[in-house]
Write a protein that binds this ligand. Sequence first.
Ligand code: PGA
Length: 253
Amino acid sequence: MRNKIVAGNWKMNTTPVEGVALVSEVLDAVKDMELNHKKVVFGVPAVSITSVASIIGDIANVHVASQNISSYDSGAYTGEISATMLEASGATMAIIGHSERREYFGESNQVLATKVDKALGRRITPIYCCGEVLEERKNNTFQTVIKTQVEEGLFHLSMEEMAKVVIAYEPVWAIGTGETASPEQAQEVHAFIRSLVSAKYGNEVADNLSILYGGSMKPSNASELISMVDIDGGLVGGASLNASDFVEIIKAM
Ligand code: PGA
């Protein structure tokens, strides 16, 4: 049975003190929830990883994720944070290849493939993001775009490595816009991604792969999206900054 996952992506929001308060509020509200085969993830700014990890402590199925990871191991790379450092700070997952990293920081599929390797080289689960821009949706090239992102970012992995990856499908036109892909539109892409993984790695790896939807997920649309057969949870931006909204989304999985 594959895991359902609701992951918050705080982006460049919250100080460490605010972050601890937000996580505490969320954890307090979900503490009695049964999290078997369900994971709650907080994708926090790097400066908050240590303090958020200490609040989480050893609560099962709750994780702290970084929002990026260096493609280098160590050395003269000013401003970079390595997988080793993230792991030592308490991160057990990393969001890799978010569309904002691709667009504003020029991260290519090739660089992202290296970042995935660095995460897997430590005990960090990559949440690898893919998704098309509006024009690619409109001109019907979105499947090709997603296929290339998935193949170039992930398909160098061994079967054992691929079995550790989480994928997030985030149509760029739905991120932060209030516009959400319909459950049917998202389901179509999720099933497509699973079929790509199945063709390359076999049914078992594909069946166990968690594929999250991201793009204006909120309490009012989360259950409908997550009820689709191939949608295994969400990568939640704006709504993860509000404790009660995020809790409602967690409860919808
Ligand atoms: P959003 O962001 O929920 O604010 O649309 C999602 C994301 O960028 O991961």
